[in-house]
Design a protein around this ligand. Structure first.
Ligand code: FAD
Length: 453
């Protein structure tokens, strides 16, 4: 028999349960046709960095498959039944998709395939979204109890990496979409081997310092695996298996971050509408700013020209590397929502256009968390102070100086408040576009008014 292996967010050959399922379905005499479908519904809104990274990951996967990867373009519900008929496949295999569109699409593909089963094995997560619930079967609303239950649930051992799969070659491919021009954006090297190498480097060189290092954007304290995890060049199961038996705060913290990834996917699975809508709908009525002045402030935020160095560094990192350090994602998101009084959806959309790791669950729930409209458990309205955050997490100004060259010559004690420098604000760098203390109060007043209703 012939089996189709439909690659989606699992662009690797190692630790890939659906690949094993396809091999087993094909049996010792059968073969497997590996396929990736460019679905315009997902590909078009991806933003250039992600489109480019995906194309590069596919090229790496094709090389690992000895040139067997079949590329097709169009609606999977049309493309896959056609391909199955063309190659005589009796089953189609893939990992489960937990996102709202992916679930609808898979149901449509399943119907369109008719008698040919669509078999889902595994998912991009340590625990398949929807599996961890409270005792009464309802979903967790906040992270900490979820993470406890998630650790108790445990996760599977990695899948074996087989060398006995017979990949069929010579099946026709469509030409991939043209690779987008990125200008100067520097992306990480794509593919499974690059992901494994990045993981090994992090584990050997930086993991022990992760508990502290994860919060200092001026050092490379984090694993930078997010884009690889997003496209499944590496599975989080591979990472935790590699850490089995290791103790310590850093290992616990790192596993916690993987739990956040699972948590947000779980929230999205239970509440698919939360990708676009406020998890706390009452906060929609906060009162947000619009008009030409507001537009100008948003433009300054997007360009990294707000006059708040840590905010500007973050927004410039986004444009320069299609990536932003986690601490700084929180700072720039808080600034947009609470200093510039914009809805989180605007920022989430902009991030999704530019991030190479842009992921609906992590991004949109990350934004909702910062905006206070999501799964944040704190009873008060948190407003990050960009100056104190900068001083605390980038004390020597290394991160700001890397991304904001106008401030490179400043003494560290002035970097986060360039208006205090003896020579004033360096030429070419803007003054602060808003008064943080004032805007903080405006945000708190709007919140209090809303709560008082
Ligand atoms: P590490 O610190 O090395 O963490 C390891 C892995 O854990 C990450 O690769 C990621 O997969 C996961 N992880 C870490 N922190 C989080 C988190 N807070 N939520 C969910 N998963 C996490 N992450 C994305 O992968 N895609 C996004 O689109 C995205 N958008 C975000 C938007 C905002 C406003 C915020 C506050 C956070 C967002 N994050 C997103 C989470 C986090 O910022 C990134 O995962 C992290 O910065 C990636 O860098 P790293 O791989 O070096 O992380």
């Amino acid at each position: 028999p012939t089996a189709l292996l439909w690659f989606r967010r699992d662009l690797r050959l190692g630790d890939h349960p659906a690949l094993l399922a396809a091999r087993d379905a094909a049996g010792p005499d059968g073969d497997v046709v590996p396929v990736f479908v460019f679905d315009d519904r997902l590909y078009d809104p991806s933003g250039n960095p992600r489109r480019r990274f995906l194309l590069d990951c596919l090229a790496a996967l094709d090389a690992d498959l000895g040139g067997a990867l079949v590329l097709r373009r169009g609606d999977p519900a049309r493309v896959l039944p056609d391909l199955a008929a063309e190659v005589g496949a009796t089953s189609v295999h893939g990992s489960a998709d937990a996102g709202p569109y992916g679930r609808r699409r898979d149901a449509a593909v399943e119907r369109a395939l008719g008698d040919v089963p669509l078999v889902r094995t595994g998912s991009p997560y340590l625990v398949t979204p929807g599996r961890v619930t409270k005792r009464d079967g309802t979903p967790f609303q906040v992270f900490s109890p979820f993470a406890r239950a998630w650790r108790e649930h445990g996760w599977r051992a990695p899948a074996a990496s087989p060398d006995d799969v017979r990949w069929r070659t010579g099946v026709r491919s469509d030409a991939p979409p043209p690779a987008p021009e990125l200008g100067g954006v520097a992306l990480p090297p794509a593919g499974e081997a690059a992901a494994l190498a990045a993981w090994a480097r992090f584990r050997d060189e930086r993991l022990t310092g992760y508990a502290e290092g994860r919060n200092t954007p001026g050092t490379s304290g984090t694993s930078r695996l997010s884009a690889y995890l997003k496209y499944g060049c590496i599975h989080p199961r591979t990472l935790v298996a590699d850490l089995a038996g290791e103790q310590g705060e850093s290992v616990r913290r790192y596993t916690d971050e993987l739990a956040w990834r699972d948590f947000y996917a779980d929230v999205l699975w239970h509440r698919p509408e939360s990708a676009r809508e406020y998890l706390k709908p009452e906060l929609r009525a906060m009162g947000y700013d619009s008009g030409p002045d507001a537009d100008q402030l948003v433009a300054a935020w997007k360009a990294g020209r707000t006059g708040f160095p840590i905010v500007d560094a973050g927004m410039r990192q986004l444009l320069g590397e299609a990536y932003v350090h986690n601490r700084v994602r929180m700072i720039v998101a808080s600034f947009l929502v609470k200093d510039l009084h914009q809805e989180w959806t605007l920022g989430a959309k902009y991030f999704m256009e530019h991030l190479v790791d842009g992921d609906l669950a992590s991004n949109n729930h990350g934004w909702q968390w910062v905006a206070g409209t999501g799964t944040d458990a704190s009873p008060y309205y948190r407003v990050f102070n960009p100056i104190t955050q900068g001083k605390k997490f980038d004390p020597d100004g290394a991160y700001v100086k890397r991304w904001v060259p106008e401030l490179r010559d400043l003494d560290p004690k002035h970097v986060h408040e360039p208006w205090t420098a003896p020579g004033g604000i360096p030429a070419g760098y803007p003054g602060p576009v808003v008064d943080h203390a004032h805007e903080r109060q405006v945000a708190l007043d709007r919140f209090t008014r809303l709560r008082g209703r």
